[in-house]
Design a protein around this ligand. Structure first.
Ligand SMILES: Nc1ncnc2c1ncn2[C@@H]1O[C@H](COP(=O)(O)OP(=O)(O)OP(=O)(O)O)[C@@H](O)[C@H]1O
Ligand SMILES: [Mg+2]
Length: 254
């Protein structure tokens, strides 16, 4: 049987402010797979998430991105979400005066289609999901991200992810700020969201989170290119050896 990839990136070149950051990135994610993307500071990991979300400041100069067989680069950001792409960010912003419940209702309506959403059923689903994430019921009535602790912001992200039921989840993690309970929440959420039709791209430079979410495939991004791909054993190797040993092979191939 031929299974089509969820995400197919070919020879992606992209940059910001006239500077090329991604320089020929290839990546394929199939349904049911968890991929980890690792790499040193400044290697282009968040640039890739920004390009995937359609951030207007980032310019794609070459290459293609297909998501569920569609040309992702032609879709405006909200269409990408509707098609089943979910991105969580390193620095979520506060929206004063908008409660979590109202924000989520608008987001779910935008993604699932307004006519598909029944308010009472959605509220029930929100309450159940909040309970499952060990969040206080009052959380739904708080202004989104306002005064949220790092762990609460993280729960909020996972809460959104579960309610939006995406096909591809992209998490750009600074897990340095997360305590072990928050890490476990992320891991539980990812495992709940991951099904046979769903894929995950977990962007991180720490081994810690990958111990909770064991990836099927690991990719190392260096200077805008994936210079090495492998299995979970690569995570431990990076932890032990750092990235420098890969720089030489990167230089040799460029
Ligand atoms: N808006 C911008 N304007 C100018 N340069 C930018 C902008 N966004 C990213 N860059 C540059 O692009 C390079 C890659 O940044 P990026 O954020 O993708 O790295 P990263 O791999 O996510 O790093 P980290 O591990 O620190 O999160 C960096 O040199 C960064 O300074
Ligand atoms: Mg980053």
């Amino acid at each position: 049987m031929n299974i089509a990839p969820l995400l197919e990136i070919e020879q992606l070149h992209a940059g910001v402010a006239g500077k090329e950051i991604l320089r020929g990135l290839d990546l394929q994610i199939y349904p049911g797979e968890i991929h980890a993307l690792m790499g040193p500071n400044g290697s282009g990991k968040s640039t890739l998430s920004n390009v995937l979300m359609g951030h207007p400041a980032y310019e794609v100069t070459h290459g293609t991105i297909r998501f569920l067989g569609r040309n992702l680069l032609e879709l405006p950001p909200e269409e990408r979400a509707r098609a089943g792409l979910f991105l969580a960010f390193q620095y979520p912003v506060a929206i004063p005066g908008v409660t979590v419940a109202r924000f989520m209702k608008a987001a779910v309506e935008a993604v699932r289609g307004r006519e598909q959403v029944r308010a009472a059923a959605l509220l029930h689903e929100m309450r159940e999901t909040a309970r499952w994430l060990e969040m206080e019921e009052s959380f739904l009535n708080r202004a989104i991200n306002e005064g949220f602790s790092g762990g609460e912001k993280k729960r909020m992200e996972i809460f959104q992810m579960l309610l939006l039921r995406p096909r591809l989840i992209v998490l750009d993690e600074t897990d340095s700020g997360l305590d072990v309970d928050a890490l476990k929440i992320v891991a539980r959420g990812v495992h709940r969201a991951l099904g046979p039709d769903t894929g995950v791209l977990l962007i991180t430079h720490y081994e810690r989170i990958l111990n909770h979410i064991p990836p099927h495939k690991v990719h190392i991004l260096l200077e805008g290119r994936i210079v090495k791909s492998g299995g979970p054993e690569l995570v431990a190797e990076i932890e032990r050896r750092g990235y420098d040993w890969l720089r030489e092979s990167a230089a040799a191939t460029s």
